[in-house]
Design a protein around this ligand. Sequence first.
Ligand code: MG
Length: 401
Amino acid sequence: MGRLKITNVKAIVTAPAGINLVVVKVETSDPGLYGLGCATFTQRFLTVAEAVDEYMKPFLVGRDPSDIEDIWQTAMVSSYWRNGPVLNNAISGVDMALWDIQGKRAGMPVYQLLGGKCREAAAAYRHANGSTVEELEENVRRYMGEGYRFIRCQLGGYGGDKAVDGKQTKNPPPGAYYDPAVYARDVVDMFDYLRDKLGFEPELLHDVHERVPPILAVRMAKELEPHRLFFLEDPLAPEDVRWLETIRRQCSTPIAIGELFNNPHEWTMPMVHGHLDFIRVHISQIGGITPAKKLAALGETFAVRTAWHGPGDVSPVGHAANVHLDLACPNFGVQEWCGLDERLQEVFPGCPTVDNGYVYVSDAPGLGIDVDEQKAAQYPAENVLPRWTMTRTPDGSSVRP
Ligand code: MG
């Protein structure tokens, strides 16, 4: 047998749980040896799939799949312009698949290739929501009953659900409306209630989803300080990270940020200056395991812990990649976890599993997860424009979601 070569690269698009997912399959000259990676940019899944099939495939066929670093470096500059979410996701699909192949060839799970386990499993946090504080408390207690010790608390979803009735213009354009000032007050009241009822034992988190002006984010972080959050997530949009320093100088509320980051320029200086506590990037959004392990190592140097983005628009392959990194990185913080329903488990055999609030991955070689392409085809993706990103304040102004 000659040198191992990449023979095919293809995107698999599927929506088993109603969320469009993109997974990349990299096949090799060794029959039966292939790898899988997550390339899910759910709002633009067709564009990523096209980038994989039309650009990544011709770029990669014939190359040695063990040259992971060189393939990542050359893929990142092959289009000259770089660091956008579409191409980063396409590269991530390939990159994770190459780590999967490397693990299968070595007979080792990916976490061993990354240096071995620092912990047996990854502590996870769930999302509790409620339209009232009482309903939210009930949902928090349900997760606590299942063994989770970290719980994200939202009242009425991102930005709250306070009616904007009476505050709108005559003919308001369609959109997801909320009132930032009401939301900011409600969050503080919500944690007053929750800490009163639950005490300080559960680790509570909150996601601002960059929905307030920076000066309001500063006030929120200060007012939430007595509630001792595990972290306050995305209080600022990526464009406003210079305000992190202002938050830092005024309170000790731990800050998590980075879900929307694409580019090392976005995280390097905030880390160096000690302006954040948790880095929250979406691994496929920055280009896969190869850049994520370097980002984690940078975080280790500057006392920043990892909290990789893990919502429903990460494929189970991407969740597995998150957890392999969680196990191998000494500065792991917490893993966002949304639960994987039966349809996802049916399409992706070998999904990560949960026990007592911890997420475990398979010890099988590689990422330990597979895809049943026939079953995946039974859940076709649907190209529907997202509505929740059309965020507006009461006067109809478009704001960052
Ligand atoms: Mg978030």
